[in-house]
Design a protein around this ligand. Structure first.
Ligand SMILES: [Zn+2]
Ligand SMILES: [Zn+2]
Length: 420
């Protein structure tokens, strides 16, 4: 509670002898303990509360002891070690009222502050794509487009008058996320694509964004990478307009679900570096061609290694011949990401194993790439911290996770329907 140093010193607390708090609200707020239970989407009853739009407070309610206690508890909850969030909204603690506790990154000391009757009434600046998570959606992150600047209105806890303010930057993102909660909206509703966020040694984030099938994007600060960008495959479209134009495009091989000339040319600017495998370069002779088992140094201290990608099953060898396609290992400020390309569990994956990769994207689908069993074998060989099966088609990907979990592999397996 030591972080609770903001608004309460100056207003008198009035005893709320006849307020409109419901008995269940009072019960939740006055229960023992400083930390409240956070509702999650894993629980159907919680989901109902999270999806219900909230109601406003009266000034009388805001002056009550009950509100004071609620504000204290919301801050204690969001700052508790097990939550460690940057914002929380009423419905997340079971209170269907318009109130949020938000960390003000734009103020000295980055205090948490409480805003009753919050609404966003205007916005300006471009919408930017950034990673978000939510205390009510455990274990996931995703990319969301938010405005850089918003105008908010709320009831001041000093004057009890409606107050407006303009908020910028990351704090504006937090306000947009929390205001959504008050309307029953979760960030996953606005999340076009899920992402895995990895931290570099220097604390920067590398976000690997799962687009579709064999296509992924990687953002590192303002550096943007597109791997096998394909605007449409199997009737699913990828909205590349959400992303800044890439600094780097990697193409693993020449098949239509990996090499899409029209998308590459629409994404390419003067600054864009295009790196392709031998087979892709033969069909689309632009940019640079890198053969298997080469190393390439890119700007921003990004290293790129090429790994072979090919079929070994005798009756499948015609799909991908050795030497034609590339897998890639990106080393971004020490964060290592392996994108296998279309391949089976080949012996050259031992090179990848030696690199200690953080995240491996392994291609699974029949008859072109790996079976779930081969994927388990490849993952065991490479031993990444995180495995994401991709290029899925109609593969049963759950069996990959179940098998690796049953073997206590220590590999975190993340499954994304987007990658079918
Ligand atoms: Zn292929
Ligand atoms: Zn493919």
């Amino acid at each position: 509670m030591k972080r609770l140093f903001f608004a309460f010193g100056t207003f008198a607390l009035l005893a709320a002898s006849c307020s409109s708090w419901s008995s269940s609200e009072r019960e939740l707020i006055n229960a023992d303990g400083d930390v409240m239970r956070v509702l999650t989407v894993d629980n159907p009853e919680d989901t109902l509360v999270l999806r219900t739009p909230c109601t406003d407070f009266t000034v009388r309610e805001l002056k009550s002891k009950t509100f004071h206690r609620l504000a204290e508890k919301m801050i204690a909850t969001v700052t508790s070690p097990e939550q460690d969030g940057v914002g929380i909204a009423g419905p997340q603690v079971g209170i269907g009222r318009r109130v949020v506790a938000v960390q003000r990154y734009d103020k000295p000391g980055k205090p948490f502050e409480v805003y009753p009757n919050l609404r966003i009434i205007g916005h300006s600046g471009k919408r930017q794509l950034g990673p978000e998570g939510c205390l009510s959606v455990p274990g996931r992150r995703g990319m969301v487009r938010r405005y850089q600047r918003v105008d908010i209105t709320y009831t001041s806890l000093y004057s009890f008058k409606d107050t407006t303010e303009t908020v910028n930057g990351y704090t504006a993102v937090i306000f947009q996320h929390e205001a959504d909660h008050l309307d029953g909206v979760l960030y996953t509703d606005r999340n076009p694509y899920p992402a895995v966020s990895l931290k570099t040694a220097s604390g920067a984030s590398v976000n690997v964004i799962m687009l579709h099938h064999g296509s992924v994007a990687i953002s590192y600060g303002d550096y943007m990478i597109q791997v096998d960008p394909v605007a449409e495959h199997g009737g699913v479209k990828v909205d590349y307009s959400l992303f800044p134009k890439p600094d780097l495009i990697l193409v693993t091989h020449d098949h239509g679900d990996h090499l899409d000339k029209a998308t590459i040319s629409s994404l390419s600017l003067e600054k864009t570096e295009l790196i392709q495998s031998l087979s892709a370069f033969k069909k689309y002779p632009y940019g640079s061609m890198l053969q298997n088992l080469k190393f390439f140094q890119l700007p921003r201290n990004i290293g790129l290694s090429t790994i072979p990608a090919y079929n070994v099953t005798p009756e499948h060898k015609q799909f991908h011949e050795r030497g034609q396609g590339n897998g890639y290992v990106l080393d971004i400020d020490g964060v290592k990401i392996y994108i296998s390309g279309d391949t089976e569990d080949i012996p050259e994956m031992m090179y990848v194993a030696a690199m200690n990769v953080d995240l491996a994207l392994l291609s699974v689908n029949q008859p072109y790439t790996m079976t779930p069993e081969q994927c388990v074998h490849a993952a065991s060989m490479i031993a990444p911290k995180i495995l994401v099966p991709y290029h899925l088609g109609d593969t049963d990907m759950q069996s990959i996770k179940d098998t690796l979990d049953a073997r206590n592999s220590g590999i975190e397996v993340l499954l994304f329907e987007e990658l079918r």
